[in-house]
Design a binder for this molecule. Structure first.
Ligand SMILES: [Mn+2]
Length: 356
């Protein structure tokens, strides 16, 4: 197993690649969506939480990530002795009508195919994605973690309907008419995923790219009046069975899985790693379950992280683990300190299980 670090778009700098390398990482997972246009409630030095308008305006709908910029990113990462393992998340500007079943759906499916082909050309093996209408929303940011560290949690469900012009917790149409977006049914959402996988997996197979699906964060059956896909551990199996393909894989988020009300985290790790379905792993810890949970320091939550690593090793998982999120530590570099703490723990844990 390999240690990686996830970096937001504005953090894809030489200094941060060096930081990752210094903390023992060999791999990078890069976000290319800019989640930080939502203003003061969405500071750039933390994971995005945002407001009812989400994380702000999505990217340029007409500007897909090119093979050239992906190759340049990979080369910049390799220049610091690291490997680019995955791109995490499509920009809702490029695929919102796949999620919403809107009028541009055909063009947006083509956008996804083009982006996957570009990843293939750039030699990036995994595309992480989150098939969600309302997206990562409804979380609160408070001093929840040890020592009063600022962290993310949930204080109950968010039922405020999603407004028109939004998708995936971002604004995709600033000029949308007032009012709320129509609600889908759970079956419609699964139908949309089935169509996406049927269209995209053959392209991904040909490009040598794995699609890796993140579960819902937070994992509730509905958020903002919209159904969600993988909000219990067994629903991951439904995704796998929907489209048998080596390109149909999972962005396996331990935190989101542990926040779910059903299942057992160790059985889930066993079930999906045994099937060789893990693209990469979000290796983080939490206490509690939806709709009242808190993200914790990696050593301080409900999950026995070493037990998880032993299961992954038993099933020959050889991919990348990244910390995903951590609480913010009190200092002048709260994000970096939190990540360095998590990666030090992970490095030690990997050394321990390697010696067993
Ligand atoms: Mn995650």
């Amino acid at each position: 197993m390999k240690l990686g670090l996830g970096l937001y778009r504005h953090m894809l700098t030489r200094e941060n690649f060096q930081f990752a390398r210094q903390a023992g990482a060999t791999h990078i997972v890069a976000h290319l969506v800019d989640y930080f246009k939502g203003g003061a409630k969405n500071p750039r030095d933390n994971q995005p939480t945002g407001t009812e308008r989400g994380w702000g305006l999505a990217g340029d709908p007409d500007k897909l990530w090119s093979a050239e910029e992906l190759i340049a990113l990979r080369q910049n990462i390799e220049a610091e002795g690291l490997t680019l393992e995955a791109i995490e998340n499509f920009d809702p500007a490029h695929w919102h009508d796949v999620l919403l079943d809107g009028p541009q759906k055909k063009a947006h499916l083509e956008n996804c195919k083009t982006i996957i082909r570009h990843l293939g050309q750039a030699g990036i093996p995994i595309m992480g994605y989150n098939f969600s209408i309302a997206g990562v929303c409804g979380r609160t940011h408070q001093p929840y973690a040890r020592g009063g560290a600022m962290s993310v949690g949930m204080e109950g469900p968010l039922d405020t309907p999603m407004s028109n012009g939004m998708a995936w917790n971002m604004v995709v149409d600033e000029n949308a008419p007032a009012g709320n977006a129509p609600s889908a049914t759970p079956e419609q959402l699964w139908q949309r995923l089935a169509e996406f996988l049927n269209e995209i997996t053959p392209v991904a197979e040909a490009a040598g790219v794995k699609l890796a699906l993140h579960p819902d964060d937070p994992p509730l059956p509905f958020m903002r009046g919209q159904p969600r896909l993988v909000y219990q551990p067994q629903l991951y199996q439904r995704v796998i069975d929907l489209k048998p393909s080596r390109a149909n894989a999972l962005e396996f988020c331990l935190g989101s899985l542990a926040e779910m009300t059903e299942g057992d985290i160790y059985e889930s790790v066993e079930q999906y790693s045994r099937q060789q379905k893990l693209g990469y792993v979000h290796f983080r810890n939490v206490t509690g379950k939806v709709p009242f949970y808190r993200e914790t320091f990696i050593d301080d939550g409900d999950i026995d992280m070493l037990r998880v690593l032993r299961i992954l090793r038993k099933n020959n998982f050889d991919g990348v683990l990244i910390p995903d999120h951590t609480p913010q530590m009190s200092c002048s570099a709260p994000w970096h300190a939190g990540m360095a703490f998590a990666m030090g723990y992970m490095k030690a844990a990997l050394q321990i299980i390697a010696q067993e």
